[in-house]
Design a protein around this ligand. Structure first.
Ligand code: GLU
Length: 484
């Protein structure tokens, strides 16, 4: 039988990191094994589910590039089938009508918890199936419970290995509530059977539901799917990942400048490893390497620093053509000017992005770094000024004046610019750094940038000279005679 897996989110919130990771593992395995990836929206909790959240989940999946082969199926549309499954279970004696009032059961649970576990069954047996059917037909409110058989329930979990639960520890769980709505366990087992799911990959917070679902499948004479319960994701503080840890909806990461490929790579490593020290992987490489056997049992830790690092790695491998539009939008109030410049000289803008991307970790950083090549007037970083200008403003002035002079008629390419600067350093009997560092502050306002000669080329002669002039003016105000 070919592999059929599903991602079954409840649309009660956005697509969060944990859900996205579950979706990804299912998708990776389906793509790896040429199986079928099914999307099922578990919207049976009408009060907590919303259209908006369904859309948010679909958007999140789309952003991550997790395309599904079937669906989205909506669980709520399976209501008739869910009820038919329950009727079949009642018919075979595997389930029974429970007329116990919720108050009575609540009281028993506090007074006599052991008795409460099997009380509904005893009460139902006392009523008898025929009378129960009559009372039900007459409209008396009741739930339907599963009659948990004796013995134990086992499965061979694809992540955790042999699992066994003593059935005596399970209460006769509800299948249909008094209001006629199916419970989660019933709906999931019914849908997994209907959609012929062969392997259920989900978070290990569902482990305790698995014996119940297996029992339902068995009682309906169906074989249960296989199960793989993937480990929990913890925040950097070791606590279960939650909103406390900042952004947890995948859409937020997109807004923060994280690339979809980087997010996919990062999520894949939450609880799985390729078995080598390889970390930066494309989607195709992940598909090639992914296997359930390498999913770890122990919980995974969400490390935001690693996400940023991976993003930087993916960013530097992304062709600039794919980044242009996003960077332009992220330039904010400079977008229109930047767009004009990029349209007037596309090669220049692509080259600039290429130059900057190896140092940026996010596209927003890229947009931020691109600013200085576009604005008329730059801001100076105070630390950069203190470090490279203020210590000896007079000497810096002399050097910058000399550089300005030389740069005014040199051919504006890396090599001549570099030899010109080095020749000047020799003449002035200073190290090249004494020219390069103050020059970098003058043209970028920053103490760090890509290689200065590449920077100069992208800045252009005119802009460089104007910035040197402004720097010289500024340096004048710093001359020691003016210092207090
Ligand atoms: N709808 C459930 C959830 O979002 C998942 C159910 C399952 O995967 O079996 O937690």
């Amino acid at each position: 039988m070919s592999l059929r897996v599903r991602f079954a989110p409840s649309p009660t919130g956005y697509l969060h990191v944990g859900g996205a990771r579950t979706a990804l593992f299912n998708w990776l395995l389906a793509r790896r094994a040429a199986g079928t990836f099914i999307l099922r929206v578990e919207d049976t909790d009408a009060d907590r589910s919303s259209e908006e959240m369904v859309q948010a989940i679909l958007d999140g999946m789309e952003w991550l590039g997790l395309d599904w082969d079937e669906g989205p199926h909506f669980q709520s549309r399976g209501l008739d089938r869910h009820r038919a499954d329950v009727s079949a279970l009642v018919g075979s004696g595997a389930a029974y009508f429970d007329f116990t009032s919720p108050d009575e059961l609540a009281r028993l649970r506090t007074d006599d918890p052991d008795r409460a576990l099997r009380f509904p069954r005893e009460a139902a047996d006392a009523v008898g199936a025929d009378d129960a059917a009559k009372r039900s037909a007459a409209g008396e409110p009741h739930a339907v419970r599963f009659r948990v058989p004796d013995g134990e329930t086992r499965w061979d979990d694809r992540v955790h290995g042999a699992m066994r639960f003593q059935n005596a520890d399970l209460e006769d769980f509800v299948l249909l509530r008094t209001d006629g709505t199916p419970t989660y366990n019933l709906a999931v087992a019914s849908d997994d059977a209907e959609q012929e799911i062969s392997l259920v990959i989900r978070g290990d917070d569902h482990i305790s539901n698995t014996p119940k679902q297996i029992l339902i499948h068995e009682a309906l004479g169906r074989s249960a799917p296989e199960y793989a319960h993937v480990p929990m994701i913890l925040g950097p503080d070791g606590k279960r990942l939650s909103k406390r840890h900042g952004a947890t909806a995948v859409g937020d990461y997109s807004a923060e400048g994280i690339l979809s490929d980087a997010m996919v790579n990062f999520l894949a490593l939450l609880g799985w490893s390729p078995g080598t020290d390889e970390e930066v992987m494309t989607r195709e490489q992940l598909v090639e390497r992914f296997s359930i056997d390498r999913v770890l049992k122990k919980s995974a830790v969400f490390d935001p620093t690693k996400l940023l690092w991976l993003n930087g790695q993916h960013l530097s491998r992304t062709p600039p053509e794919e980044l242009v539009e996003r960077v332009l939008v992220e330039m904010g109030e400079l977008e229109a000017i930047a767009r004009r410049e990029s349209e007037a000289n596309p090669e220049w803008f692509l080259g600039l992005l290429n130059l900057l991307k190896s140092r940026a970790r996010r596209t927003v950083d890229l947009a931020e770094q691109a600013r200085v090549y576009i604005v008329d007037t730059i801001d100076y970083d105070q630390d950069a000024i203190t470090k490279h200008w203020k210590k000896d403003p007079q000497a810096v002035t002399v050097r910058m004046e000399a550089l300005r002079e030389r740069f005014s008629d040199v051919a504006w390419r890396e090599e001549p610019l570099e030899s010109e600067l080095r020749a000047l350093a020799e003449e002035l009997k200073v190290g090249a750094g004494k020219l390069i560092h103050p020059l970098r502050v003058a043209v970028t306002g920053q103490a760090v940038s890509p290689g200065i000669f590449e920077v100069l080329v992208f800045m252009g002669r005119e802009r460089t000279l104007t910035r040197l002039d402004r720097a010289l003016n500024r340096l004048m105000t710093m001359a020691p005679r003016d210092e207090p």
